[in-house]
Design a protein around this ligand. Structure first.
Ligand SMILES: NC(=O)C1=CN([C@@H]2O[C@H](COP(=O)(O)OP(=O)(O)OC[C@H]3O[C@@H](n4cnc5c(N)ncnc54)[C@H](O)[C@@H]3O)[C@@H](O)[C@H]2O)[C@@H](O)CC1
Ligand SMILES: Nc1ncnc2c1ncn2[C@@H]1O[C@H](COP(=O)(O)OP(=O)(O)O)[C@@H](O)[C@H]1O
Length: 271
């Protein structure tokens, strides 16, 4: 039904910095992820974004996730400032979120730049001012559509397309085959990841990879918001190939997946 999207396609969507670039022209991604309940999701998203390649990652959240992010990645910037893309909602429960994080979330959702909307931010999709990229798993998409999870699993492509049309969004429905639906009815399919990828936290990493790709393609997205769909497919390819490299037919950890991202980028650029 959809168009298959693979490594050759993905290689076209990796921004390579040139001699005239600085950290700001490369692109800054902002993350409002994690919470007291799920602090690790904050660390994973930042780790994934930095390993995908970005000029800067800004992180905004509560005290504990912020400390953990800085402990792992001192290069993360916690001061507020402009970003070219946001990642919002991984590791958050909208019914159990502190006021500071909720305020950061609401500011990010109102910023008219491309925004990755994950997990706890999905209920707020209609508030998102910029180009919307939803990254639900089947259970989350079911809640977004008001359907049963079994219905989404039975008709994944149609479900993703429905949500894309309803919310004028790119919808990346995660799974062994990941479907990327756009509001115009386009559908891309990516099957790059081993089934070992079904482990807690890999979705948080995917959101970070995608945030980095959106931030480093700000000019392309401004000229054509439709670029969000191939960029979402590219994130899925990078993530799947990094999972394959991290596990090589065996289990792996999410930080191990993130550590493989630069090698995957190198391989794709080498052709
Ligand atoms: N390290 C971290 O901080 C992580 C944080 N995460 C965050 O955790 C939050 C919740 O994500 P979920 O995808 O779990 O949320 P969901 O609410 O989509 O999934 C929970 C549902 O899974 C089912 N379920 C739970 N335990 C089960 C079991 N043992 N066997 C069968 N079914 C079971 C139940 O139906 C439950 O309602 C999100 O904000 C997500 O981003 C996850 O990404 C995991 C890693
Ligand atoms: N059977 C599978 N084969 C390959 N990849 C999978 C499989 N199941 C899940 N994945 C991938 O693992 C990731 C899981 O994301 P998600 O469900 O959001 O987990 P979490 O919220 O724990 O981070 C997604 O990238 C998804 O595409």
């Amino acid at each position: 039904m959809g168009t298959s999207f693979g490594p050759v396609d993905a290689a076209r969507w990796i921004a390579v910095p040139g001699p005239a670039d600085d950290k700001y022209t490369r692109g800054v991604v902002g993350l409002v992820t994690g919470s007291a309940r799920y602090p690790g999701a904050a660390v994973i998203g930042v780790e994934a974004a930095l390993h995908t390649g970005v000029g800067m990652a800004r992180y905004h959240g509560a005290g504990r996730p912020t400390r953990l992010v800085l402990q792992r990645r001192p290069e993360a910037v916690t001061a507020e400032g402009r970003v070219q893309a946001w990642v919002v909602g991984s590791g958050q429960d909208p019914d159990d979120l502190d006021e500071l994080t909720a305020a950061h979330r609401d500011r990010a959702l109102a910023d008219p730049v491309p925004t990755v909307i994950d997990a706890g931010a999905l209920p707020f999709v209609e508030r998102v001012a910029g180009t919307r990229v939803l990254v639900p798993h089947a259970g989350e998409l079911a809640r977004v559509l008001g359907r049963d999870r079994s219905e989404v699993l039975a008709e994944p492509a149609a479900s993703a397309l429905d949500a894309a049309s309803r919310y004028s969004a790119v919808v990346l429905l995660k799974g062994h085959t990941t479907r990327i639906a756009d509001p115009g009815g386009g559908l891309l399919e990516v099957s790059a990841a081993p089934a070992w990828t079904a482990t807690a936290g890999t979705g948080d990493a995917l959101a970070g990879v995608l945030g980095a790709l959106l931030a480093t393609h700000a000019l392309e997205l401004e000229a054509d918001p439709g670029c969000a769909a191939p960029l979402a497919a590219t994130a899925t390819v990078l993530h799947g190939l990094a999972a394959e490299r991290a596990g090589r037919g065996a289990p792996f950890t999410v930080l191990g997946l993130c550590a493989e991202l630069p090698a995957v980028v190198r391989e794709l650029l080498a052709g």
